[in-house]
Design a protein around this ligand. Structure first.
Ligand code: TLP
Length: 347
């Protein structure tokens, strides 16, 4: 049985070109700055984001953690959305390891923060309070169903941050999905932030890695903080080589994932029992619920798994489906047929 795995774009496998590049990668000790493949990847990443410098890290979680540790010291505060990946799914590393306070404001359904809420959350200079240092955005927004933020929307937050002397960090794990949807360069999005972390190992299909991009001074400190959290690697060119292929070959094809996500969402909307907001489907992530109380999300997920279709449950009442390089149009049709069958049996 062919498995249609819609749980995440993190399940993507490296392409043959990536495996070839990994095999042939020229390597050295990156802690000495001597891995030519890592150096090349970091230069490419900085260029794609329009920043002075970049740092290769093992994961998106480490990218966000190291960025927060670099912007904030102990007793400083970072403002982010209450549905931010960094708040929900990163074990609160910034607080646990960095003594950084996290202050959340409501995430709007479109992935944005309300600039008025952000401004109201900024602390006065007072001994009773932590010092507000940073505002974090996420684009595309994972928990907000892959919502895409435009540079114009992001600039409203940037403007508040600038007015108060705060920095902006972007969790751009899927920044290239956003750029492809908007038909612009990723650097136009990254321009609205001081630092950005983006992932090679999601829709771009590389096996490992993320990049942090920012000013040369920021990346110099981030490099020290990466060492601090044990993330300095040696012959990392072996994995950086796959990330180079990801940047060179896997960005434009994300449009295909977005089309497949929309076809999937349209099909889901026609299946009795599912509740799908088609207007909210913008990139490769669909979150949807149930319009009936006769079935439970976990039972649907279980029944689908036995039909070879893997789906995520992001809460007791909501599903998540993510399209990616490992999913073609036929898989979407297979998944829809299984969903129709399961819902007609359960609902
Ligand atoms: N997201 C994963 C899970 O952790 C939920 C997924 O399957 O979507 N920022 C964003 C916006 C992310 O979606 C993720 C991963 C990360 C950061 C963390 O990246 P990794 O998994 O590389 O640490």
């Amino acid at each position: 049985m062919r498995i249609v795995d819609l749980r995440s774009d993190t399940v993507t496998l490296p392409t043959p070109a990536m495996r070839e590049a990994m095999y042939r990668a020229e390597v050295g000790d990156d802690v000495y700055g001597e891995d030519p493949t890592v150096n090349r990847l970091e230069a490419m990443a900085a260029e794609r984001m329009g920043k002075e410098a970049a740092l290769f890290v093992v994961s998106g979680t480490m990218g966000n953690l190291v960025s927060l540790l670099t912007h904030c010291g102990r007793g400083d505060e970072a403002i982010m959305g209450d549905k931010a990946h960094s708040f929900l799914y990163e074990a609160q590393g910034a607080s646990v390891l960095g003594g950084i306070a996290v202050r959340t404001v409501l995430n709007l359904p479109n992935g944005m923060l309300d600039p008025t809420d952000v401004e109201a959350a900024i602390r006065d200079d007072n001994v009773h309070f932590p010092r507000t240092r940073l505002v974090c955005l996420e684009n595309t927004h994972n928990r907000c169903g892959g919502a895409v933020l435009t540079p114009g929307q992001m600039s409203t937050i940037r403007e508040v941050a600038l007015r108060h002397g705060l920095a902006v960090h972007l969790d751009g794990a899927r920044i290239f999905n956003a750029a492809v949807v908007l038909g612009i360069e990723a650097k136009e999005i990254a321009a609205q932030a001081d630092s950005v972390q983006f992932c090679f190992s999601k829709g771009l299909s590389a096996p490992v890695g993320s990049a942090i991009c920012g000013s040369a001074a920021f990346i110099k400190t981030a490099r020290r903080n990466r060492k601090l959290v044990g993330g300095a690697m040696r012959q990392a060119g072996v994995i950086a080589a796959a990330a180079i292929v990801a940047l060179e070959q896997m960005v434009d094809r994300l449009a295909e994932d977005h089309e497949n996500a929309y076809v999937l969402a349209e099909g889901l909307a026609e299946i009795p029992g599912f509740d799908v907001d088609l207007k909210a489907v913008q990139s490769n992530i669909i979150t949807f619920g149930l319009s009936t109380s006769r079935v439970q999300v976990r039972d649907v997920v279980k029944a689908l798994a036995s039909e070879g279709v893997k789906l995520g449950a992001i809460s007791p009442t909501r599903f998540r489906a993510v399209t990616h390089y490992g999913i073609n149009r036929e898989d979407i049709l297979t998944a829809l047929a299984a969903m129709r069958k399961v819902m007609s049996q359960l609902a």
